[in-house]
Design a protein around this ligand. Sequence first.
Ligand code: ZN
Length: 602
Amino acid sequence: MRRTFGLTLLVALTLTIIVRVGGQQARGAPRTGEKAPAATPSAEARGVQIGALGGGVPRAGEKAPAATPTSREPEARRGGGVTDQARGGVAPRAGERWWSHIEALANDAMAGRNTGSPEHKRAAEYVATHFANAALEPAGAGGSYIQPVKLITRRIVEAQSSLALVRDGKTEPLSFVDANVSMRVDPAPSVDAPLVFVGYGLNVPEQNINDFQGLNLKGAIVVHISATPRSLPGPLQAHFGSAAERWKMYKAAGAIGTVSIANPKNMDIPWARSTLSRTQSQMALADASLDETGGQQISVTMNPARAETLFAGSGHTFAEQLALVDAGKPVPGFALPSRLKATIRAERGEVESQNVAGILRGSDPKRRDEFVVLSAHLDHLGVADAPINGDRVYNGAMDNASGVAALIEIAARLHDAGTKPARSILFVAVTGEEKGLLGSRYFASHPTVRRSAIVANVNTDMFLPLFPLKTLMVLGLDESDLGQDIRAVAKDEGVAVQTDPEPQRNRFVRSDQYSFIREGIPALAMKVGYEEHSPEAEIAHKWTAERYHAVSDDLSQPVDLSAGDKYIDIVRAVSVRIANRTDRPQWNESSFFKRFAKGATH
Ligand SMILES: [Zn+2]
């Protein structure tokens, strides 16, 4: 609380300094009662003016006004939470331009850019316009920048659905608030099956892990803790802990469904927040060949605070199991003395959403038809069913308007500088990330260029420029020789590099780079890094706890423009460096992910 208040004061001070010292466009905080300038959607389509930066700084205790999404009123520029700690209050021009794209994509009128929504389409058109401004070649379908992505939607009708444990002939209802039914899986209309606890729930022979030993999973619903053994290296924890890989294992053992108990130690989003989205439409790719949930009749995520009920009568407690996880010990499984009985009614529909793609054509006659893909997801969570603290819009300013704005800015900088790398650089803003990496999965499996011509992917998702960029967090740093490229660029920029300090959060498989990795393409994903237990770590953790997938990930939050600026330059530089390599990027021999490389089948 104090930190936020302190920053607000700093912001007010900084804005004042910008107005006096900056001598650029006036953008001071409006006086009380004055309406801050706001870009309209049509203005956004033409390119937002920088002058809208800033706006009113709410006084302590004052609640900033929030437009309702139905009113289509653009958001008042209530934010102004922009600090530039590194450059004495004079904001760099490029950082401002980047921020202006975030304002265009994440204002309230964009209604959270939900996949398949009209606002997402408008956001896609905005990106296409700016790709055109940067003279990128259209690389979508039919000579346009847009690649349409067809999706199936599913939404649970809770009033006509039920979930219960049946134990000793007694039926004990489970509340959907505490047991969320995932509609990423197409649920069977009714399910009645025994529950078997499988601990971490992994069967990975090559790592000598088999949590199914001695358990009969035929026709059962597996109950696992959403955790992975520490004996596994970070990227493998991420890979084998993913829903798709887990389901392969469970299906092979004969199971028909899953109950995943969230690990309270690793929950990015407090349960009270995450459960709010359970009644929103969930999605899957319409292309059935990309369905990874075949045979799964039900998928439930359980609130850890209510998980003891699953263990009642088993002679074990959930607390015991968690203690084993916390201690990094094996977690043996056992049959639970209850069945899960479910009746699920789903509303089904279809929508189309958009990937946006453009090419900066390379200059080398041999390599110009090879591509370095720069990606970032455009979609976010849309609008909440009910207001949360008076706000309904999941603006997704950091997640991930910031990443798409970085792509636009990189394209513009390369254009401005007349950069002509040897290989081509393919910019892709993908849809459906929040629905399960759907747009990138679609693009990576149906690319608009020859798939074998994609040599690398560099993805940006929520890179969090909340403080100056001194350390760059690189996911995939030690997996391919792209690690050498990013190390070299970081050195030039005077920043350190680090791998994921928290591999248990599965970040390596939780964003769009993973869709490319699974197609055999070496990839990197980057964020502003920090040392554990540092003040920066505290800011990052606080951001995750308070703003990640919350309506407060909006335009009023503090951001460090210099960090945004530096990040953009690093991604620009590493893209060009990769595009100019004489050889093609390779997975490291030791990398687990090398197995996805298609090698001779290209
Ligand atoms: Zn997200």
